[in-house]
Design a protein around this ligand. Structure first.
Ligand SMILES: [Zn+2]
Length: 421
């Protein structure tokens, strides 16, 4: 019966459909459980419907009559991972440049690709994503999110940002005859108009407001600040009034400083962050999403042969700034800027966090409980009675070998099994 049910799920998945929600009870028995905080050898997890009902040592939790027992021998069960920074509507720039994706590809084409990206993300064990901007595809993320919620396509839970906000003149695509009205990768706005644009984006379905506090519009094409602190405050306050956080793209020290003083919730990238700036972030309780894997990917697209060539200056600087963030004790959310590199390869960021000096257990917490808390997901990111049944199993023990996070053999979201090997 068990195998029939699983076969049934697979047949449906193979057809590209989502299995029906069920009210089944599962007794999951892996080698160990990472509950979002600690590793426990010999624990089991009980799921009823879409909720976790019990978790603890195998000899303490009795399998209820009628529950389906799944022996996940050789695996570690952990909370469904939470991607802190994705763009489901983008794909790697070495396949098609960002400019061409934004300008030449229709929304329909991009959404068709995004449905595949969503499935790959889920199958890689990421049951939630914070998707930070469609980059020219309007509010396609809002529709994508609804199609996943309505079980039309398989994919992760989504926190969406919609179009995102940029300062006039700062953002791309660029370099065309000024007679052309070029479609931009985000919505330009300035001054008091930022209040209207923030509210408009909220009205159209944005869960978070994404703002670019700096961009590559300096005299020599270098990153330079965009909005003033006062402008950023207008956005933060308009968003906060509706209960929504503001998340900020900033790579320069000054862009980061302005974002911090404006009271944003997270800062993305932060390449030029130093001891002083991370100390300020720590004081203000602002979390940092380092996106290590994105810079690493772009340098490789530009010709760097990782592992063969010496590490470029940008990599050495990124390692130094990440160390400074760790030393300052800033909350670090795991987010790779997936889309710059392939969807489904999300674990790359986690491997790099460890490579760049983060404690392996801290990495596991970051991608589960820390991301959940930072993104206000109060019933996700931990394996606890009453929490939603978003669970993944990976072969091996990721607290010993971080790359075991790539060996996803089981995915459950909202009590529904999407993958079982
Ligand atoms: Zn991004």
């Amino acid at each position: 019966m068990k195998s029939l049910t699983i076969l049934f799920c697979f047949v449906l998945l193979f057809k590209g459909e989502v299995p029906y929600a069920q009210t089944q009870t599962y007794y999951l028995q892996p080698d160990r459980v990472f509950d979002g905080n600690e590793m426990h050898e010999g624990w089991v997890v009980l799921v009823a419907g879409n909720k976790i009902t019990e978790v603890g040592p195998a000899n303490k939790i009795i399998k209820p009559r009628g529950a389906t027992a799944l022996m996940l021998t050789g695996t570690t069960i952990m909370p469904g991972m939470i991607e802190g920074h994705s763009h489901l509507l983008l794909y790697p720039y070495n396949q098609t440049s960002w400019n061409d994706q934004v300008m030449k590809e229709s929304d329909a084409y991009r959404v068709a690709r995004a449905t595949i990206h969503a499935k790959k993300t889920l199958m890689a064990g990421f049951t939630t994503v914070r998707d930070l901007g469609t980059e020219g595809a309007g509010y396609a993320d809002v529709g994508l999110k609804k199609s996943i919620e309505d079980e039309i396509i398989p994919g992760p839970r989504m926190i969406v940002a919609g179009r995102a906000i940029v300062a006039t003149g700062s953002y791309g695509p660029k370099g065309f005859d000024t007679d052309f009205e070029v479609m931009l990768g985000a919505e330009p706005a300035d001054g008091n108009d930022l209040i209207r644009v923030t509210r408009d984006q909220i009205g159209k379905g944005a869960d978070v407001i994404k703002v670019y506090a700096d961009y590559r519009w300096g005299v020599h094409g270098e990153a330079a600040p965009t909005f003033s602190i006062e402008e950023l405050k207008l956005i933060v306050e308009a968003a906060k009034s509706s209960g929504r956080p503001t998340v900020v793209h900033a790579s320069t020290k000054e862009g980061m400083r302005r974002a911090i003083l404006a009271g944003v919730e997270t800062i993305e990238h932060g390449d030029q962050g130093d001891d002083e700036i991370f100390k300020l972030m720590k004081e203000k309780g602002i979390a940092f999403c380092p996106t290590l894997a994105a810079g690493d990917a772009i340098l490789q697209y530009n010709g760097w042969k990782k592992g063969i060539d010496p590490e470029p200056k940008r990599i050495l600087e990124k390692k130094a700034s990440f160390k400074s963030a760790l030393n300052a004790g800033v909350t670090i959310v795991a987010g790779g800027d997936v889309g710059v590199f392939p969807h489904g390869e999300n674990a790359r960021e986690l491997e790099m966090m460890k490579d760049y000096g983060m404690d392996i257990m801290a990495v596991l917490k970051s991608v589960t409980s820390v991301n959940a808390k930072t993104f206000h997901l109060t019933n996700l990111g931990e394996i606890k009675p009453g929490f939603l049944a978003d669970l993944v199993a990976v072969k091996g023990d990721p607290s010993k070998n971080i790359s075991d996070l790539r060996k996803v053999s089981f995915v459950m979201k909202d009590g529904i099994i999407y993958k079982q090997e």
